[in-house]
Design a protein around this ligand. Structure first.
Ligand SMILES: NC(=O)C1=CN([C@@H]2O[C@H](COP(=O)(O)OP(=O)(O)OC[C@H]3O[C@@H](n4cnc5c(N)ncnc54)[C@H](OP(=O)(O)O)[C@@H]3O)[C@@H](O)[C@H]2O)C=CC1
Ligand SMILES: O=C(O)C1=N[C@H](C(=O)O)C[C@H](O)C1
Length: 242
């Protein structure tokens, strides 16, 4: 059976992962939290699953590379520097990083890309997300993933079109921008809505996560898929055949 090591094992996602692993033909061989040793875990595991904090990523990737262990990265709040580290690691090991491991959001991203391509820049795109009161990063990794899909549909980048800090006298909306709004409260597992606002009509498509089990199952499916893959950076679309 495939041996899985978890980075962030005592957290909300770590616990959700531990609950699904026995039913997915895998074994949980260990996990670490802040202060834990990723080197030993990387050497013992066939694949690592990371749902922790951005500050953990550099040492985790170094340990995974040294051991030749593939890794699924679900942690959000990553910066361009983290993405550069992931790109570098992908020259030695198989890596899949995504802001959302669910089937539903992976399909939603594809639909958003198609809609953005079909509608053109005079349809304003706004992305609304709501998460539980404990979440520490905003916009969510999923919202950014959906924004990237929308930008790709328009043949541009999110870096060129992102607006996520409206407050005060903002001025009118600039055409072609992609706006973000973040709500926090209660125990919401993760709601995302993409709004295409035209003149006189709107299209709204979205996804609601009702339980973290969908993330845990998606993460383990992806982790098992990564075992034995050549070094490189992979996507959930490739895992799910979408
Ligand atoms: N991609 C996806 O589909 C999903 C992504 N996520 C993301 O996963 C991450 C974790 O979410 P969640 O489980 O709710 O968060 P929690 O705060 O519940 O858990 C985070 C865990 O990571 C541990 N941790 C912190 N720093 C380190 C470190 N340096 N090394 C190892 N472990 C560390 C914490 O340990 P300690 O308490 O000791 O600090 C804690 O146990 C977030 O970034 C979240 O956005 C969540 C769901 C789905
Ligand atoms: O922190 C969470 O809980 C979640 N984080 C991910 C994100 O930032 O999009 C995925 C999911 O929405 C839950």
């Amino acid at each position: 059976m495939t041996k899985i090591g978890i980075i962030g094992s005592a957290g909300r996602m770590g616990q959700a992962l531990a609950a699904v692993i026995p039913d997915m033909g895998a074994t949980l061989i260990g996990g670490i939290d802040a202060g834990g040793d990723p080197v030993r875990l990387s050497n013992e595991a066939d694949v690592l699953v990371d749902f922790s904090a951005p500050s953990a990523l550099e040492t985790t990737l170094a340990a995974a590379r040294a051991a030749g262990t593939p890794i699924l990265i679900g942690t959000t709040g990553l910066t361009p520097t983290h993405h550069a580290l992931i790109d570098a690691a992908a020259s030695d090991i198989a890596v899949l990083q995504t802001g959302n491991v669910s089937l539903g959001v992976t399909l939603l991203a594809k639909l958003v890309r198609e809609a953005a391509a079909a509608l053109g820049a005079d349809w304003d795109i706004e992305i609304l997300e709501m998460h539980h009161r404990h979440k520490v990063d905003a916009p969510s990794g999923t919202a950014l993933l959906l924004g990237e899909a929308a930008a790709a549909g328009r043949e541009t980048t999110l870096a060129e079109s992102r607006v996520s800090d409206r407050a005060g006298l903002t001025g009118a909306r600039s055409e072609g921008t992609i706006g973000f709004a973040s709500l926090r409260g209660g125990s919401v597992a993760g709601d995302h809505q993409v709004i295409f606002a035209g003149t006189g009509e709107r299209i709204e498509i979205g996804h609601r996560a009702e339980d973290r089990a969908i993330f845990a199952k998606g993460a383990i499916t992806a982790a098992l898929w990564l075992v034995g893959k050549a070094p490189g950076r992979y996507t959930m679309g490739e895992v799910l055949g979408l």
